[in-house]
Design a protein around this ligand. Structure first.
Ligand code: WT7
Length: 704
């Protein structure tokens, strides 16, 4: 069944949705019977008239030093406080409180990318020792105290969760920067968070190579100091203990080997700081529509309750499960669903250092078989990659999944079916979890034991979350209408970000301004704007169709167009730059850059590479554009705004659409000729693009 709107004058964001309705698939009785939630009426405890009290069930999963006395303070929207008056410590909740029942149970099983290296298994009692020793070091050697910020730039090694939990123990706010990001990107985040301590590692394995990571710390510190932020100490964990694996020299008086320092802290403990529920637990920087990344600030009490409860109810983690979230802790997924969620409920959380296909596409399934993983969590981009590189590999291994998750971007029904049938052997449930860095945890997903799955749809709002789709004028788009609009969340919830670090104005402007009644003190007048386009079918299930803002979702990670463009502009000859998404079979989208030269500059043969390099240096290799097109001019409106949808259409061989508002329409054909003939030559013409992706391309960059 195809649904079209064919509405005359339909607004850009009310694009028609052309998804075919997929069938519903029910969990097996065997799964449903063992699920943490198997009461089909559970949602009646989470109706809007039970809000916000319904979230007591979430806070009950946490051990509070002092019970809260007010569940939600919403008197100053959109700044809300959850579990007001409550006191707790996140590290205590993830470590200490499990010692009575689970002291010898593995908290973390870490797997090296090098297949011949042994796993590192850290039990809860060992985790307690390590977190305490390092927390004592941070307190005594670095002088850190509650409320201080510390930047982490760590790869996927067990010392990363240990470091996060040590910070949390002291009430110190950690800001982990994705290890694959450049030193410059890390430096910018040090500046914004005003961190004087950087914690990093000397090296890590990636795709068969031991990468020098410490070199990025030198760049980060330099970037920070050129903007007036002095990093006093750089603490460096050794990837291979007792051996320094980096060719970048240690800088006397600034750089310290953690492994050496720890010798003086053996067996030392430090009590967990009792923090108020609303004290920030961490910052996580994410891309937005301007060049400057936003420091998303998460609370201790609300966030931790939300991560714990969604891990228990939606990931369906039980005490004896072996749970593996195949993501990087440098992203929110890893914070909520490798570290805080699973550890707060006493689970065994598997961590893997490297890439999915090293040394071959059977690697994840070998790990799953060997460790007895029964809950598996990953992103569509990884699923696509594994499907392409080794479609028959899963069948060769004897693992046994009961539950699988997908996260980060829309999953095509075809890819979903491969995941379900081949990876899950038609038996594991799939939970398509829709959420964002800002939301702290899942906001759209099916309850695995009670709600059926639908390929390509995330399902309804999660417990206590009431999503609504609004059109440009703030009217509700009814379920089943076939139209897409802005998916918003009508109500506050405990896991939602508190604010943007040091920028409450931007918080309001980015997430609320579009629909809020600014004078109102009622949370009902402040819907949270996700920035995503979505449709809702008549059964209430949501389907996310993609970003409505200037953000490109590459392999599940957000890159702001402005961020890419300002990196390109660091190349001295570049006068103008525009970033657009190009469709990619594996990564969903990849950025392409259009640049033009400053007057007086000649096109050098190295220019494409210079731009790619500038982007890799400023942001990181994941942002490296697939193409850099040097053009004489870019299509602009009369006000001088680059019309990104025009070049996005060209890059993807989509019909360009209306160009009458351009001040220089003649450039369109020239660029089209240049780009498309090159792509035809390279055999890079996209095939069979679904209509909703065509719509996404055609409106790209139009909302802002
Ligand atoms: C954006 C958030 C949430 C952790 C990973 C990404 C997209 C996320 C889904 C999903 C369709 C999804 C949205 C969202 N997204 N999950 N299940 N189906 N799209 O976190 O970097 O903050 O990105 O990822 O566009 O806004 P993030």
């Amino acid at each position: 069944m195809t649904k079209d709107t064919n509405k005359a004058n339909a607004n850009e964001s009310e694009i028609a949705s052309h998804w075919r309705e997929e069938e519903l698939i029910y969990p097996s009785d065997e799964f449903a019977n063992q699920a943490n939630i198997n009461d089909k009426n559970i949602k009646s405890n989470f109706t809007i008239d039970k809000f916000p009290e319904c979230f007591k069930q979430y806070s009950d999963l946490i051990t509070w030093d002092k019970e809260w006395d007010q569940i939600l303070d919403s008197s100053n929207p959109p700044f809300y406080n959850w579990f007001v008056g409550g006191k707790l410590n996140a590290s205590y909740n993830c470590v200490d409180r499990h010692l009575s029942d689970y002291a010898d149970k593995a908290a973390i099983i870490w797997v090296s990318e090098q297949e011949n290296e042994p796993d590192r298994v850290i039990t809860y009692s060992e985790l307690f020792v390590k977190v305490n020793e390092f927390a004592t070091l941070l307190k005594e050697f670095c002088g850190l105290k509650p409320g201080d910020r510390v930047t982490l730039h760590m790869p996927m090694i067990p010392e990363l969760p240990i470091t996060m939990l040590a910070c949390a123990r002291l009430g110190v706010i950690h800001s982990q920067v994705f290890g694959g990001f450049s030193g410059t990107a890390c430096g910018d985040r040090i500046i914004d968070s005003e961190s004087n301590i950087l914690i990093t590692a000397d090296s890590y394995n990636r795709n068969g190579k031991l990468l020098d990571h410490k070199v990025k710390a030198d760049e980060a510190v330099e970037q920070a100091s050129s903007n007036g932020t002095d990093v006093e100490k750089v603490l460096i964990w050794q990837r291979y203990p007792n051996k320094y694996s980096s060719s970048s020299p240690m800088i006397q008086g600034r750089d310290y080997s953690v492994n050496e320092l720890l010798e003086s802290y053996e067996g030392k403990t430090t009590p967990p700081e009792s923090m108020s529920s609303d004290s920030p637990l961490f910052l996580m920087y994410t891309s937005g529509t301007t060049a400057k990344p936003k420091g998303i600030q998460h609370s201790t009490g609300g966030y931790l309750s939300y991560a714990a409860a969604t891990s228990k109810y939606y990931q369906d983690i039980h005490p004896d499960d072996i749970y593996w979230c195949f993501a990087d802790i440098g992203w929110i997924t890893g914070h909520s669903y490798i570290v805080y969620g699973p550890l707060s409920i006493g689970a065994t959380s598997v961590m893997y250092e490297g890439v999915p296909t090293f040394p071959d596409a059977g690697r994840p399934w070998r790990i799953a078989e060997r460790l007895g993983v029964n809950i598996f969590h990953t992103a569509p981009t990884t699923i696509r990659m594994l499907r392409k590189a080794g479609p028959d590999e899963p069948a060769k291994y004897n693992y046994n999944f009961k539950h699988m998750t997908t996260v980060g971007e829309p999953i095509e029904p075809e890819v979903w079916r491969w995941y379900y049938e081949v990876v899950g052997r038609g038996k594991a449930v799939i939970v398509d979890t829709y959420w964002q860095t800002e939301t702290g945890g899942f906001i759209g997903a099916t309850l695995p034991g009670t709600e059926p799955m639908k390929p390509g749809s995330c399902g309804p709002g999660t417990l206590g979350i009431f999503p609504v789709i609004l059109d440009e004028n703030g009217n509700v788009i009814e379920p089943g209408s076939g139209s897409a609009g802005n998916i918003c969340i009508s109500n506050p919830w405990p896991g939602r970000m508190q604010t943007i670090w040091k920028d409450p104005e931007r918080f309001i402007n980015t997430y609320f301004k579009k629909y809020a009644k600014p004078e109102s003190k009622d949370w009902r007048d402040w819907p949270y704007v996700t920035g995503d386009g979505a449709t809702q079918s008549s059964d209430g299930y949501f389907r996310i169709v993609g970003r409505l803002d200037d953000v490109i979702n590459v392999a599940g990670h957000r890159l702001g167009t402005k961020e890419l463009e300002s990196a390109a502009l660091t190349v001295p000859s570049i006068g103008e730059a525009a970033a657009v998404p190009a469709i990619d079979d594996l990564k969903g989208r990849v950025p392409e850059m259009y640049v033009s030269l400053k007057p007086g500059y000649e096109k050098q043969t190295t220019i494409e590479n210079d731009v790619k390099q500038a982007i890799a240096t400023n942001i990181g290799p994941i942002a490296r554009p697939a193409h850099v097109w040097v053009t004489t001019d870019l299509p602009k409106t009369s006000s001088g705004k680059i019309m990104r949808r025009v070049i996005a259409s060209i890059s993807n061989f989509v019909e360009v659409g209306d160009t009458t508002t351009l001040s220089n329409p003649e450039v369109v054909d020239k660029i089209k000729q240049q780009v498309q003939s090159a792509k035809i030559e390279l055999n890079q013409v996209p095939k069979d693009i679904p209509q909703e992706i065509i719509d996404e391309i055609k409106r790209f960059g139009e909302d802002n």
